[in-house]
Design a protein around this ligand. Sequence first.
Ligand SMILES: CC(C)(COP(=O)(O)OP(=O)(O)OC[C@H]1O[C@@H](n2cnc3c(N)ncnc32)[C@H](O)[C@@H]1OP(=O)(O)O)[C@@H](O)C(=O)NCCC(=O)NCCS
Length: 159
Amino acid sequence: MKFSFRQLEKEHALSILRWRYPSPYDYYNFNVDTIQEDLCYLLDPLNAFCAILNMHEELEGYCSFGVDGQVLGGDYRTEALDIGMGIRPDLIGQGYGKHYAQAVVRYGINQYRAQQCRVTIAEFNKRAQRVWQQVGFEQMERFVKIGTEEEFVIMLYRV
Ligand SMILES: CC(C)(COP(=O)(O)OP(=O)(O)OC[C@H]1O[C@@H](n2cnc3c(N)ncnc32)[C@H](O)[C@@H]1OP(=O)(O)O)[C@@H](O)C(=O)NCCC(=O)NCCS
């Protein structure tokens, strides 16, 4: 599978805002009531969102590099490139996750010259944890997001 990466454009962002994941992954759905705010968030260069495109330039997913990937309460003192990722709902659950994750890690390391990459995943999301484990990430920490009862895990990849 061959992918290319490009800074997220407005059309990509509008598609992503409409994506709907089935429960329990509906946790990752964007809220219809906050579309304008979420659009600004996705297009803000500080959040470094990229489109993951297939060879026909079709949007298959998105990723982010940096602060977007951090969750309040995690220990981020170690220098590492934080990665976030979401794949188009009709493409998930078919065993392709590791291919996207591998491509995102390669791209991130190249772009940011990172020595370590990090992901922060909701504890319930064993599927995502499995994908990052498949490409070499190891669990380092478990914590509860400040102001919630949601548990998260931090996984690290050493280049
Ligand atoms: C997380 C995501 C990238 C995973 O990709 P995917 O294509 O759905 O995952 P795959 O189908 O490749 O499955 C990955 C592994 O998880 C396993 N898996 C699936 N459901 C599982 C579950 N409930 N518990 C444990 N493992 C599970 C699969 O069997 C597979 O492992 P295997 O290769 O050993 O068989 C994708 O689902 C996604 O974008 N989800 C929405 C957003 C999200 O979850 N974000 C989290 C941050 S990355």
